[in-house]
Design a protein around this ligand. Sequence first.
Ligand code: NAD
Length: 489
Amino acid sequence: MSVQTSSAKLVFDCQHFINGRYFSSEDGRTFDNINPATREVIGKVSEGGKKEIDLAVAAARRALNGRWKNVAADERIQIIRKVGDLILERKDELARLETFDTGKPLSLSSTLDIPRSAFNFHFFADFLRGVGTEAYQTDDTAINYAIRRPVGVVGLINPWNLPLLLLTWKLAPCLAAGNTAVIKPAELTPMTATLLGEICQDAGVPDGVVNIVHGFGPDSAGAALSEHPDVDAISFTGETTTGKIIMEAASKTLKKLSFELGGKNPNIIFADADMDETVSTTLKSSFINQGEVCMCGSRIYVEREAYDEFLDKFIEKTKGLKVGDPFDPNTNIGAMISAEHTERVMDYIALAKKEGGDILTGGKRPEGRESGCYLEPTIITGLSRHSRVVREEIFGPVVTVIPFDEEEEVIAQANDTHYGLSATVWTNDLRRAHRVAGQIESGMVWVNAWFLRDLRTPFGGMKQSGLGREGGIHSFEFFSELSNICIKL
Ligand code: NAD
């Protein structure tokens, strides 16, 4: 796979990767891949559908029952580690591709997205050595022990915000548990996934174990994969509404499902918190990756006595963020994913004004950058808890700030949502930290931190933010089936 990545211009055509080979769709259909920072076409993407999904699933099934089945765990560990090594070897190339595709700063793709993608493989390869099962002795009557088997052919459907990071977060444990995969990358970010096919092959992953089909979701490759009768499980990350559609499609053959969905996460700041640390981390949890992170703390609640101090400092720091060319090392906020998504976020800003909100900073496209998908980081106050802007996921660099007086009141507001992905609590009061964290209805709560990850911990959302957990043993639970064997003594 040759990619021109030496200059700020790039042309990279993305083909499907099926059974160890790159090829175009049979009918030759393609769609344009657009760089959101410049709105230029940076390549053609093969548009797959049912036909390509059928081919990929058949290849994955053959590989599952063929060579992959006979690869010993030790060899599997070596191969999976090697994928991580090769990602690190090609780190610069992958980081540039990720930035071209998403508009995110190169400083972010090269320090977060790509190193973490490599670590996903290293982590799950190493973790495999320690994975066991359970055994129970029933007096002197019987002994029971469980064995772990792969689930089978697994569909991995991915979003555009952290393309390679989230894809590898699924693929690494999927392979470690002995499954084969059919990957459907987000249509807006096909490049690093395409290169991953070659990387897997170079690492020794047998043909057919990893297959990649490009295309759209509804009535296209995504739908064909989620309803395919020979796919045993689907691991999906994306919007809550899409999750519901996939669940319905998958129900026909009762596939095993893992969903990481949307969020509208509270960031709760008590007056006794260390305000400088709170502000600098809140800057990240609000605007990193243009606010296009499912765990972003876009609902900020501040105890009234610290409200003015927090806002003054937060506004000042936000105004200091540089929005611009993702390849400029001084850029903090790059381009958003697409013109359509930027419009959607702008519509929420217009709605905030209608709902009585005050835009304290941002709220518009930066001057001189109207041609790219840029938006200034935006802070909104004056909205009620019932406002749509406070309740709906915006997935952009937009946060609301609301004061509160009582602990119970802020817990109730934090929980007043159908989402339940993550939350942050800022306080130096140890008892309050435990008390509040334990009452927030979300899969993950950070105290005096944000996005501080240990890959062994359960990751995922409650309510309509997800189904199941990923990370450590939780990923292995999803990607394997247990068979209990009972031996009469
Ligand atoms: P999306 O749901 O629009 O698309 C995600 C993937 O699903 C894409 O590959 C798309 O082609 C596919 N898809 C769309 N419709 C489909 C259908 N009918 N059948 C099968 N596949 C279909 O999401 P997005 O816009 O790419 O990503 C943003 C969303 O993802 C946000 O809601 C964000 O919160 C969520 N997200 C969640 C997490 C998490 O860990 N919880 C992480 C990242 C992103």
